[in-house]
Design a protein around this ligand. Structure first.
Ligand code: NAD
Length: 325
């Protein structure tokens, strides 16, 4: 995977996107998906016009799955994505979330779920979404999620405001416990399958597969850590993990390879998830992600990078309520 100019590469290519079924739903999602949290400034400032062009380019290149949340930039990401999708809504599978509205702001009540859905539809400029997720369920009361939040989301499905529903979060056991208690169509997990972690495969995949629940893998770059610029300041990973990621990025650079290309390709190759959500806000990132999808990774470099990561592999941090760890 050589560091050639992305634009030169892009001018020579044709789209070869692949699609996979999302669990038992009738949604066929592109293997590379567009995570819209960066459109809300989660990773720093991004220009709105460039964000719109990135969304248009992604659609033109066959990316059909877009994920957002009211939490990303306090509505900004939904608003920008909605504006970018004007006239293109029917070309995409659109997911948003409810329940999380700030770093420490959660409300999983039915009342809030209903209001949140209407606010999201308004910002997204559409009258339905394809998927509605309860966002970061480990911050909620598990029995409320099961008995109140999910039933409210099913009611929204009956009303035609969302086609399917699901849950997102960090601790896999909490996601599994909820899915065992109440049926969900999809589970979105992040930072549990990439070059720094793979327990999604042993822990979540068997349960999801046996129940026909669609799996979505988010944060293939470990929330920006597997990039040349490194993790953002707010990243919750332990410092040893950051250091290992820095060493691996340096090693790749000396081999004329970009660690992000390697990391993305590793995730796109994992067949048990329907799609991998990459956080993007620029055309350059869209093209880089597509290039990673189409290029082959050098197995020797992958082996060496995995050796660098061995001491910190599958190291996690706590997220949410104590009883949900
Ligand atoms: P990520 O691992 O995709 O990393 C995003 C960072 O990498 C951004 O800084 C982006 O600018 C950069 N980047 C993107 N493409 C790149 C490339 N090809 N080369 C180098 N750098 C690149 O992390 P993420 O954005 O947190 O996750 C992806 C998406 O998944 C989110 O946008 C969101 O939609 C979803 N997500 C959901 C949850 C949840 O529901 N709890 C949690 C995490 C992520």
């Amino acid at each position: 995977m050589l560091r050639s100019s992305t634009t030169a590469w892009a001018s020579k290519r044709a789209s070869h996107m692949q699609y996979r079924a999302l669990g038992k739903t009738d949604l066929e999602v592109s293997v590379v998906a567009f995570g819209a949290s960066p459109l809300g400034g989660v990773y720093g400032f991004t220009g709105p016009e460039e964000g719109k062009r990135a969304v248009h380019l992604a659609i033109d290149e066959g990316i059909n799955f877009f994920d957002v949340s009211p939490y990303y930039g306090h509505g900004l990401a939904e608003y920008r994505l909605g504006a970018a999708l004007q006239g293109r809504r029917n070309k995409v599978i659109l997911a948003t979330k409810c329940g999380r509205y700030g770093a420490n702001e959660f409300d999983f009540s039915a009342h809030r779920v209903f209001a949140s859905m209407d606010e999201s539809l308004d910002r997204l400029n559409t009258d339905y979404v394809d998927l509605l997720f309860a966002h970061d369920v480990e911050f909620g009361d598990r029995s409320q999620i099961v008995e109140e939040t999910i039933p409210a989301m099913r009611r929204l499905q009956e009303l035609g405001k969302t086609r399917y529903i699901g849950v997102t979060g960090f601790p896999l056991r909490t996601l599994i416990d909820i899915a065992r208690k109440v049926p969900v169509d999809a589970i979105l997990s992040y930072c549990h399958y990439n070059l720094l972690a793979d327990d999604l495969d042993a822990v979540l995949a068997p349960v999801a597969e046996s129940r026909g629940i669609g799996m979505i893998n988010a944060s293939p770059l470990h929330m920006g850590m597997l990039t040349e610029q490194g993790a953002p300041d707010w990243h919750p990973a332990p410092s040893e993990m950051r250091e290992a990621a820095k060493s691996a990025a340096e090693f790749c650079k000396h081999r004329d390879c970009d660690i992000s290309d390697l990391a993305l390709r590793f995730c796109f190759d994992y067949p048990k998830v329907a799609t991998t959500l990459v956080g993007m806000a620029t055309r350059e990132q869209v093209l880089k992600s597509l290039r990673a999808f189409e290029a082959l990774a050098d197995p020797q470099i992958v082996r060496k990078v995995r050796a660098i990561f061995a001491p910190v592999f599958n190291r996690f941090w706590s997220s949410g309520r104590e009883e949900n760890q």
